[in-house]
Design a protein around this ligand. Sequence first.
Ligand code: RUQ
Ligand code: CUA
Length: 676
Amino acid sequence: MQKKRPRYALVLGLALTLGLAAAASVGCGDEKKSSSNGGGTDLQSIADERGLSPDDMRHALQQYVAPGKKDDYVMFASGGHAGQVLAIGLPSMRILKEIGVFTPEPWQGYGYGADWGDTILKEGNPPGTTLTWGDTHHPAISETGGEYDGRYLYIQDRANGRVAFIDLRDFRTKQIVPVPNIQTSHGGMFVTPNSDYVHVSSKFPEPWPSGSYADLKDYKEKFRGASSWLKIDQATGRLNLDESFQIELPPYSQDLADAGKKVSDGWGFIGSFNTEMATGGNSEGGESMEAGASQNNFDYLHAINWKKAEELVKAGKATKVNGINQLSMATAAAEGVLYLIPEPKSPHGIDVDPSGRYLVVGGKLDPNVTIYDFNKVKIAAENKDFEGTDAFGVPIIKFDSVVAAQVELGAGPLHTQFDSQGHGYTSMFLESAVAKFTLGDDVVKTGEAPFTLIEKIPVNYNIGHLAITEGDTISPDDKYLVALNKWSIDRFLTVGPLHPQNFQLIDLKGGKGTMELIADMPIPNAEPHYTQIIKADKLKALDVYPPGTDVLTMKASANAIVAGGEKVERNGNTVEIWMSAQRSHFTPDVIRVKEGDRVVLHITNVEQTKDATHGFAIADYNIQSSLDPGEVSNFDFIADKPGSFNLYCTEFCSALHLEMAGWLLVEPAASAIASP
Ligand code: RUQ
Ligand code: CUA
């Protein structure tokens, strides 16, 4: 709710505090006087000329990060079906980096001949498939004690059931794991509070064992979902399948998920829909998926005791299937690992509050958020307070025994984030709004009534997720909320029928005041489904790599050289070159091979100056790499195309950047020379 009353005095006060006094004082003396024909330099003239209201001016000051100053937060946003991750500064909403993940990305030399990207992309291919894209949805920052620790970032591929690991020392992808027995995954991504595991669950069930064929008439018998717990190696951040495990789930559509924390630490929660087990077939005499999957009044929230599951796996109760330890549904149900809790009709988000006690489920087709009390879930599980089992023998906890409250918010509640004051903030997709409400009075610190809708703010438009600064931790910062809107419609200049997505920055006023929309940000990428926002000072990214670093392992490369150590060796048909890159030349800058030779090329950027990145590209060979200071890039290719090819540095590194070039001379095989 923005007030229309001019608040010029306040704005000026703020401006002065923020050091804009100089700009203001060059005005014509009377600060309130506006210049009628533009060109004025006092604040009011500028505002008048640009058509800014006092509120606009205040918002500009709230968001402004002056040249040379830095942002307070970094938001990691998924890049949707473009397959990357974006790093965005807050509050400025300036894009800092696009990180290639599932899709090759030439600027970073990811997937264009250098071994770093090629190795990761290749290892990330499921057996028998070459994938050149992914659909990034849910980023998850590593945590220590329930707080983001700024070390690692994980993100899943919605389309192909894979998980990628990004090292936040260099903001580069280091691993893609095709998760066995999972074909697609949606929102089932989270990191446990001490980064023991990354969780990912399947979206649509597939025939088990994975990769086999089954007809849809055998859906109930043959198709299965999975909850996967991928072990994080603490020292490297890499995922280790040998120490990971999976829990077989009924063939429902497991949807969003969240980790338990504090009182619910050791548990994970996954929402689901399509407990009807509809399979589509609208042109085969059946009904479409959407109708079939919306029949039941309740679907099931899955509550998983992962610490218990881990014990069972260690006790040998799992079977290895396609390279991962699997606990059967029967074992999980019998041993107190897996419980179902009814959740109203086609639910969407499931989000655990910072205290770990409240589990908030969005209604999608229901105007309420349903809030469960984990303390009650625990008691119900212990007392076997069940209403029966589902068709697969999994116990169903009684709804009334575990619900804390249902709060009516309006049309289409999806996802919820929390502040530290005991509020939940839910995205309202159908209503294009964010609704703020209170949780139980044990966590509400503002004196407001528990389980009550407090206020709503409109957003533009069709909000999906929302993210609060440090929002998935045990202590959110009540600073900003970002609305991730799926449509922008009329908010930006039209750039053709494919409109940008729209992020909107909302000031939370410390969780105590009225939410206020500060800024819009068009996203020129695919739909950024979810983001997490970390305090910038928690990130400890490198400025340069230590000399001779292999970025895949983050260790010293065996092929690193120092300036002067360049050499060329020929062994039969293999030519191996150790090259250096330094402003403004490659050494050697001419590579002589014969058609058909294997070329093994190691390039060390021997510089240690911040930002002294060189690129390396060879014409017509589809080779492009980024060599950041200290980095070693390795190439291994067959010189199968004869000719004289220019090679050059693709980064404007110095005054003589254009001279940083050379040649790959591929002498034609004898037969080719002989031809007229
Ligand atoms: S969920 S389409 Cu993250 Cu609302 Cu995805
Ligand atoms: Cu090195 Cu341009």
